[in-house]
Design a binder for this molecule. Structure first.
Ligand code: WTA
Length: 656
């Protein structure tokens, strides 16, 4: 068990209050501790990343050209002509170097009396190869899409890597999304096979999943469904389509020749919410993505051979892909996966998992931290957290209180908090401090990762001054892990990311640069919400509500929430106002559950007769956002077609 001696290594900067720096001991241990790395990487970004790709990964064939950018916005490529395989780099490589017996995955089941599983690189390799053979047998070929709709069980890692092994493209759908949501994604991705489970455990209770998977595959091109047995409950079975995961792999050989692909070929598609009602299939390439995954994991979390890395994100989100699978495994690390809810059987569970397994690097979201603050410190005091070395956070801006609590209570004042800013689209982290360099400042993410550059622009596209908030953009050459397209929708790719500020990648986030050069994120500038760290689109939710037969139209906006960061609030205009009732609210919530999933549930629903609109009929969400926040100053209302409704809405929201 990896155990790091507790050393008090973070000291307060005497000159600036609230700024923390690494100790000499940390600097000595860290992979990078010389701030000169930033300047060095900036002198030739392409050369910097090319050196990283060469040092960090094993290529079957080296690239001909490290980077190419066409005139067409968003058309760039990394490592052209290079051939690589993600499963080979995460598994075979470590086995060849004699590390096959090392634990790749510690899986902690939710049920406290069930045994923790430790899976070595060799064992994982065997299962991945078998499943890869099985997928091939089912007719899955290079470039084909495989849907993955799995809870946090070890088979989820096996599934991702098995797809990668044969050059198939995985598309994971968050297991808490509804069957309907799954269906939309499977259709868009044109998936041939789906891997799912009979169910999973949540707060000690077995939950169903296969039933939603069946709704999801109906009417799609999915020909085979591979089912992981987790709960053993009776489930609907379709003899023509369904097969058990354990049976499918049992009869397969232990080796499957990896399919090396050209670096720019797609490794995976992950659907994410944008400003429109339909989720976008974000395309990630292979070589560039793996390069960024490898190095950001290694440097951000200062990952060494004796570390135990726990990223709490679900595999359904990009964080689960990069830091709960590819990044740690590329580094040959031991990573931990926990199946269940953080507070089951009690709110000390996560800390028990840390203590029992000697977790050294812990990566979570601000929403979880805020929840633990609420639970109270006594749940932490019950467990020894001395093994922790480094803490990370991601998903939304972290407030000072949560940062300091995390730093003082979980990190016991000796672990840096690495606040990592990034997106599904960027593939890996892009703005954060490095543990051996610092500084660690509450609410400040830090500097652009070496070899990348960002700027903040005003609406005209000019850079704003220090301390001013602007639109955060990335400058070329773009980071190797960046998205390469939107599946089956090049127009959307261009319009969303490359059209507003020509010559830059548009993040849709706001940010400001401080005097010391570090960056503070200020939140999304579009209609995307972060609810408990989960990315949701207001438009998607509105679409779901509008589909209800009694709804004429709806407008959804985020409302600040103490724990979840933001929660969705829905203003609903009914076709017949007399139908408004508490019952109908409940029905609408159920309707959202079915269309998207419980994570998208509106926290408040207001039945109203009108929502503020421009003269051209566009809903003014800015005004609604102000109303739910209780702002009395809502700015200019003269452009509204129906300014009179604003007063009424204020009253409705106040009444609750
Ligand atoms: C937000 C999650 C502030 C941001 C990896 C971004 C953050 C969106 C941070 C992407 C952070 C993520 N500080 N905001 N450290 N990390 N965000 O695609 O608004 O689920 O655009 O990717 O989360 O969310 P996504």
């Amino acid at each position: 068990m990896a155990h790091i001696k507790a050393v008090k290594w973070v000291t307060k900067d005497k000159r600036r209050k609230g700024v923390f720096w690494p100790s000499e001991a940390m600097k000595k241990r860290a992979w990078v501790s010389d701030p000169g790395i930033y300047g060095k990487a900036a002198r030739d970004q392409v050369a910097f990343w090319a050196a990283r790709a060469e040092e960090g990964l094993e290529w079957k064939k080296k690239w001909i050209n490290a980077y190419e950018e066409k005139k067409k916005p968003g058309a760039f490529k990394w490592f052209l002509g290079g051939r690589i395989n993600a499963s080979y780099n995460t598994l075979d490589r470590h086995i060849r170097s004699g590390r096959g017996g090392k634990t790749a995955l510690i899986w902690v089941p939710e049920l406290p009396d069930e045994t923790t599983k430790r899976i070595s690189y060799e064992e994982l390799h065997r299962d991945v190869n078998r499943l890869a053979n099985s997928l091939r047998r089912l007719g899955v070929r290079k470039g084909d899409r495989v849907g993955i709709y799995l809870p946090m069980v070890p088979e989820v890692i096996t599934s991702l890597l098995a797809c990668a092994r044969i050059g198939a493209i995985h598309s994971v759908v968050f297991s808490a999304f509804s069957g309907e949501s799954l269906k939309d994604r499977l259709i868009d991705a044109e998936a041939k096979v789906l891997i799912t489970a009979d169910g999973y455990y949540r707060r000690g209770e077995p939950k169903t999943l296969k039933e939603s998977a069946d709704i999801g595959v109906k009417g799609t091109g999915v020909r085979h469904v591979i089912v992981v047995k987790r709960t053993g409950r009776k489930i609907p079975w379709n003899k023509r389509k369904d097969m058990w995961f354990h049976e499918a792999i049992k009869r397969e050989p232990d080796y499957c020749e990896p399919q090396f692909v050209e670096s720019n070929e797609t490794l995976f598609i992950l659907y994410t919410s944008g400003t429109t009602g339909k989720p976008k299939g974000i395309i990630h390439d292979t070589g560039g993505y793996l390069t960024q995954a490898y190095w950001t994991t290694k440097w951000d979390f200062d990952l060494h051979d004796d570390d135990v890395f726990w990223c709490t994100a679900d595999i359904g989100w990009v964080t689960g892909h990069t830091y709960g699978c590819y990044g740690p495994l590329l580094n040959g690390a031991t990573m931990l996966m926990f199946e269940g809810a953080p507070d089951y059987p009690d709110p000390g569970r996560w800390w028990k998992v840390v203590a029992d397994n000697g977790v050294t690097v812990f990566y979570t979201a601000p929403t979880a931290i805020r929840m633990f603050i609420k639970f109270g410190d006594k749940w932490i005091r019950k467990h020894r957290l001395d093994s922790l070395r480094i803490l990370g956070t991601v998903g939304e801006p972290i407030d000072e209180e949560a940062w300091l609590w995390y730093f003082n209570k979980i990190g016991q004042g000796r672990c840096p908090v690495i606040d990592t800013w990034w997106q599904t689209e960027t593939g890996g982290t892009l703005i954060n401090t490095l543990p051996g360099i610092g500084p660690f400042i509450p609410t400040v993410a830090g500097l652009s990762f070496p070899g990348t550059r960002h700027a903040m622009l005003d609406s005209q596209g000019d850079e704003v001054g220090t301390g001013e908030t602007g639109f955060l953009v990335q400058k070329p050459p773009y980071a190797p892990g960046m998205l390469r397209g939107v599946h089956r929708n090049p127009k959307k790719y261009f319009e969303t990311y490359w059209s507003r500020f020509p010559g830059y990648y548009d993040t849709s986030d706001g940010a400001k640069r401080r005097k010391d050069g570090t960056i503070r994120l200020t939140g999304r500038v579009d209609d995307v919400m972060k609810v408990a760290g989960h990315r949701l689109s207001t438009a998607e939710l509105e679409n779901a509500l509008n589909e209800h037969s009694l709804v004429r139209e709806s407008a959804v906006v985020p409302k600040p929430d103490e724990i979840k960061g933001e929660v969705p609030v829905a203003f609903v205009v009914l076709k017949d106002e007399s139908k408004a009732s508490e019952e109908l609210k409940k029905e609408l919530v159920k309707h959202v559950d079915k269309a998207i999933g419980p994570t998208a549930r509106p926290s408040f629903i207001y039945f109203v007769s009108d929502v503020p609109k421009t003269r051209s009929g566009k809903i003014m969400r800015r005004i609604l956002r102000g109303i739910v926040k209780g702002d009395s100053e809502l700015g200019n209302l003269t452009t509204l077609m129906n300014p009179e409704c604003v007063k009424v809405l204020h009253k409705t929201v106040k009444k609750g």
